[in-house]
Design a binder for this molecule. Structure first.
Ligand code: FAD
Length: 390
């Protein structure tokens, strides 16, 4: 058993799943993390291998190539991968999020063209919602799609898009209707293939962390797509996107927990071997209490996270629990990684020390997938039964 009994309360299916993912991570991911971190590239050769192992399919039924285990199972997968590399986990979770609305709201044709190859890891998806002028305020998007016969013509741009440099398709939020009477009612969610003329990757973005995940800015210049590429109903995109984001809260929370686990494991080991004043630093109460605090925070975040996951699997409306899990885990991983560096002392500040990577990766966990402030808005709005935006 590791620092936390990750198998406690799992069913047999989930236990086997976690063990198989852990084995895969040890064999296929851990040996190459440093190389790909240095290259600032995602190891794309892993996609079909991950597909074969069922990494993208836990939430989807067998008829499309999934395993139908549920949301909790997908979170367990993401947690194990993030323990080795937050950036690789980011690619995985975005892949699943690009497939989710196609499965839930898409046509059979879209499922055949994107969901089935996506689950296999043969096609890579990206989620393109954020724009240069708006992120948290999703209803404020400016990318427009105008109907022209049986086509839609898209103009605009998208910012910070994970997987964009190598994605085969994008699920894109576009404005198809006027911002009146309500801004969110004019938004549709559409699929755009990467080779569609007028779709360009403007620039890849250099990040503080998540170096094994690739991020880019996109531009759409008279990009024509068939109307049949609209996911679900025209004008309902905002609701689909919120559904995707709620699941993202669980996945990013799982990623935070995986990263914090790795940092704490390494800090504990180091505290038992590093000596000062002739004894292991773990024997100083200032250090051992720090470890106790880190573990308690991690356990609390993980418990909240899987509580929200189980509620979701049970079909309960758990929007505020999902937001709370993302918020708490995002703040927690930053504290845990900060303290891990403190325990490593000067070595923790060196690029050769693995905990520095988790520390850099952790910073985005309170921002990507919805900031901590937005999570608190979601929670408080639900508790106070307040409607409205922001
Ligand atoms: C590495 C990385 C990968 C990403 N990947 C993707 C992706 O694949 N697809 C995608 O669509 N997006 C992606 N994003 C975008 C991400 O979801 C947004 O950055 C995030 O939602 C915040 O939006 P913003 O950056 O525009 O900040 P803003 O919305 O401009 O917010 C700036 C600050 O103001 C605060 N703020 C804004 N509104 C409120 C309010 N109502 N109440 C309180 N505080 C508020 C925010 O909390 C924040 O502190 C990614 C971002 C990063 C950094």
């Amino acid at each position: 058993m590791g620092i936390i009994d990750t198998e406690a309360l799992l069913n047999e299916e989930e236990k086997l799943l976690v063990r198989s993912i852990r084995e895969f991570v040890k064999k296929e991911i851990e040996p190459i993390v440093d190389e790909y971190e240095a290259k600032k590239k995602f190891p794309i050769h892993l996609m079909p291998k991950m597909g074969e192992l069922g990494i993208f399919g836990a939430m989807f039924p067998e008829e499309y190539g999934g395993t139908n285990y549920g949301v909790t199972a997908e979170m367990l997968i993401i947690e194990e991968i993030a323990r080795a590399a937050g950036g690789i986990a980011a690619t995985v979770l975005v892949q699943v999020l690009s497939l989710l609305p196609i499965f839930k709201y898409g046509s059979e044709k879209q499922k055949r063209e994107y969901l089935i190859p996506g689950i296999k890891g043969e096609k890579v998806g990206a989620v393109a919602v954020t724009e240069p002028n708006c992120g948290s305020d999703v209803a404020g998007i400016e990318t427009r799609a105008i109907f022209k016969g049986d086509k839609l013509v898209i103009n605009g741009s998208k910012m910070f898009i994970t997987n964009a440099p190598f994605a085969n398709f994008f699920t894109v939020a576009v404005r198809t209707g006027p911002p009146e009477p309500k801004r969110h009612l004019g938004i549709s969610y559409v699929i755009v293939d990467k080779d569609t003329p007028g779709l360009n990757i403007e620039r890849t973005l250099d990040k503080l962390g998540w170096h094994t995940s690739e991020t880019a800015e996109l531009s759409f210049s008279d990009v024509e797509i068939p109307k049949e590429n609209i996911i679900g109903k025209e004008g309902h995109g905002f609701y689909y996107i919120m559904d995707v984001f709620n699941h993202e809260h669980l996945f990013v929370g799982a990623q935070s927990v995986g990263m914090a686990r790795a940092c704490l494991e390494q800090a504990v080991e180091y505290s038992l071997t590093r000596k000062a004043w002739g004894k292991p630093i773990a024997e100083f109460q200032a250090v051992s209490h720090k470890i106790a605090d880190m573990w308690t925070q991690l356990l609390a975040a993980r418990t909240l996270l899987y509580y929200a996951g189980r509620l979701t699997d049970a079909g309960v409306d758990a929007v505020k629990e999902m937001a709370a899990a993302k918020y708490f885990a995002g703040e927690m991983v930053n504290k845990v990684c900060y303290d891990a560096i403190e325990i490593f002392g000067g070595l923790g500040y060196m690029m050769e020390c693995p905990v520095q990577r988790y520390y850099r990766d952790a910073r985005v966990q309170t921002i990507g997938g919805g900031t901590s402030e937005i999570q608190k808005n979601i929670i408080s709005r639900r508790l106070l039964k307040r409607k409205g935006e922001g």
